[in-house]
Design a binder for this molecule. Structure first.
Ligand code: ATP
Length: 224
């Protein structure tokens, strides 16, 4: 797979580091019809994913020779999923930048790690543990059944519809004007979601997916 020309490789993704984050990312990419090259320094880790990931290879990603050997330059998208070993993560990312990989994604475990990755020019830095912690906090807090920060300060949340909404359409409720959030979809008793329209009528046990500025969404989800 990795030996193909750059043009042929545009839809292929390399994932370096098959720990908990890298492996679940790689497996999800395979599930969504991507061709994935999984790379890990640890041979037993590589072996354990050899049948599930399109192609796996044992290599030390901090070695320029090893990266050249696996033709990493043919990949337009590479994910650096090494977190704990910050030195290996930064060395790998800087080699990938030097090679000219178009789109590098890297996982950071701490704010300082993330800052360095951004400073050296990594295109996308993600903080999975930090983001997941925030997401779960909203669920534990009770008002929101799920929560995703789409961009800084703009969120999407799943919440139980307020009892006071029951029997009214979205037009009647004027949710956008009164609360500053957009209703994206609703689900009756969590059976299946339907895209919201102005005519959508809210039932007592509906769930709603709403999007908007964080503060507005937080306040909206507290209405009972
Ligand atoms: P996770 O939380 O996702 O399990 P982590 O943040 O604890 O991972 P590490 O344990 O540092 O991160 O690394 C994840 C994977 O990356 C491991 O399977 C490890 O073997 C691999 N790895 C570490 N260093 C390198 C390297 N230089 N080249 C390739 N793979 C590496």
């Amino acid at each position: 797979m990795a030996k193909k020309s750059k043009a042929a490789a545009t839809n292929q993704i390399a994932v370096i580091g098959l720990g908990r984050f890298g492996s679940s990312l790689a497996l999800e990419l395979v599930d969504t019809d991507h061709e994935v090259l999984g790379i890990d320094i640890n041979e037993s880790v590589v072996q354990s994913y050899s049948t599930q990931i399109t192609q796996t290879v044992q290599a030390d990603a901090t070695s320029p020779e090893a990266l050249a050997e696996i033709d990493i330059q043919n990949f337009e998208r590479v994910v650096v999923a090494i977190g704990e070993n910050i030195e290996a993560s930064i060395l790998t990312a800087s080699l990938l930048l030097q090679i000219g990989i178009k789109e590098i994604w890297a996982k950071a475990d701490t704010a300082a790690h993330g800052r360095i990755l951004k400073q050296i020019g990594v295109h996308h830095v993600v903080f999975p543990e930090h983001d997941m912690g925030k997401r779960i906090a909203h669920q534990v807090g009770g008002d929101q059944l799920d929560y995703v920060e789409i961009d800084e300060g703009f969120v999407m949340a799943k919440t139980a519809a307020a009892k006071s909404f029951a029997g009214k359409s979205l037009t009647e409720l004027a949710i956008r004007r009164k609360h500053g959030v957009i209703v994206v979809a609703t689900s009756h008793a969590n059976i299946s979601y339907e895209a919201a329209t102005p005519e959508t009528v809210i039932d007592a046990d509906d769930w709603m997916i709403v999007a908007g500025p964080k503060k507005a969404v937080d306040e909206f989800c507290q209405i009972r």
